[in-house]
Design a protein around this ligand. Structure first.
Ligand SMILES: [Zn+2]
Length: 150
């Protein structure tokens, strides 16, 4: 039945097995908003044998990068990423929790060196409990990770 809901795509990325209720955060991580021109489909509360219910996000014409995948792992650790080319799944992998995230998130500490106009790329260490800590000023991200995407 799932196949009917998620129409096959020609080229793009399907992110499956997203924890129920997290699809909108995944969209934010992918930078999907009202200015997006990619064809994006979202299925929420799809029944899943493994998870009970899950969300699925499909982005046509775009292959998501490893940095985006790393951040998705933080909020949806069971997600699987399927890269589709010419209607075939050419790559399928389970996301994995990164040790570090560089260059995507903004440090909320205004006095952090990464906010000082210097050409310093932000860097956050992922702690064992999933907390993100700035490698420069030790600031911990308190809100949903999607809030800090620059
Ligand atoms: Zn910082």
């Amino acid at each position: 039945m799932e196949e009917l809901r998620i129409r096959p795509i020609r080229d793009g990325t399907v992110i499956d097995h997203i924890e129920r209720g997290r699809a909108l955060e995944v969209l934010k991580i992918l930078g999907v908003d009202s200015s997006t021109r990619d064809v994006v489909s979202v299925a929420m509360n799809v029944s899943s044998e493994k998870m009970g219910a899950k969300d699925v996000v499909k982005v046509e014409g775009r292959e998501i990068g490893s940095t985006e995948t790393d951040i998705i792992a933080l909020i949806a650790p069971e997600a699987t990423v399927n890269v589709v080319r010419e209607y075939e799944v050419t790559e399928k992998y389970v996301v994995s929790m990164p040790d570090e995230i560089t260059g995507v998130l903004t440090c909320p500490n205004p006095s952090c060196i990464t906010n000082g106009g210097e050409p310093v790329e932000t860097s956050f260490e992922v702690e064992d409990d999933g907390e993100l800590r700035c490698s420069y000023c030790d600031e911990v991200l308190e809100d949903e990770v999607a809030e800090y995407i620059s």
